[in-house]
Design a protein around this ligand. Structure first.
Ligand SMILES: [Cu+2]
Length: 173
């Protein structure tokens, strides 16, 4: 019981208690490309402040029927999204960038349109740190210029998640 409440406390107050948390998440936001969009994505920076490697292996939210880990690749000059069922490793002391044009948490089958300024609750599952639940502001207007240098985000517009229905062969999880 006591352990459970300590873990819950740590998950709810990551920024207040960085010394207790090995995974620290910041700059999180969610967006969909239009009010009619049936899918969206969540972006953030995940820091591994602990001494052990960890791995983001899953996501869950009431805001969508399915949540999954995706990456974007360029294949024959065409940008496309791929599920990454094995997840994203994070070495100790390193950070994982989930950002437009790159790795992201994909939300498929939104249960309600993303309204600018509202929030959703997202639970991320890490191999070592377990489940971490965070509040994610919805910011459909964010321009996507976050961290990555050398990548032209404007050229990725065709890849935005407004018409990103699950692709053939994509797992439902
Ligand atoms: Cu995606």
């Amino acid at each position: 019981m006591k352990l459970k409440s300590i873990l819950l406390g740590a998950a709810l107050s990551l920024s207040a208690l960085p010394a207790l948390a090995e995974i620290v998440i910041e700059h999180q936001y969610a967006r969909s490309a239009s009010p009619a969009a049936r899918s969206g994505a969540v972006f953030m920076v995940v820091h591994n402040t602990g001494p052990e490697a960890d791995r983001l292996i899953g996501a869950h939210t009431e805001a969508a029927k399915r949540a999954g880990l995706h990456t974007n690749i360029i294949e024959n000059g065409v940008a496309k999204m791929l599920p990454v069922p094995e997840g994203f490793p994070i070495a100790p002391g390193e950070e994982l960038l989930l950002q437009r044009g790159g790795n992201h948490v994909m939300l498929m089958g939104l249960t309600a349109p993303f309204v600018q300024g509202e929030e959703l609750t997202l639970t991320l599952t890490f191999e070592q740190a377990g489940d971490i639940t965070l509040v994610v502001p919805i910011d459909n207007e964010r321009d996507g210029e976050m961290h990555m240098g050398g990548m032209d985000h404007e050229s990725m517009d065709g890849m935005d998640h407004d018409n990103a229905e699950p692709m053939a062969g994509m797992s439902n999880n």
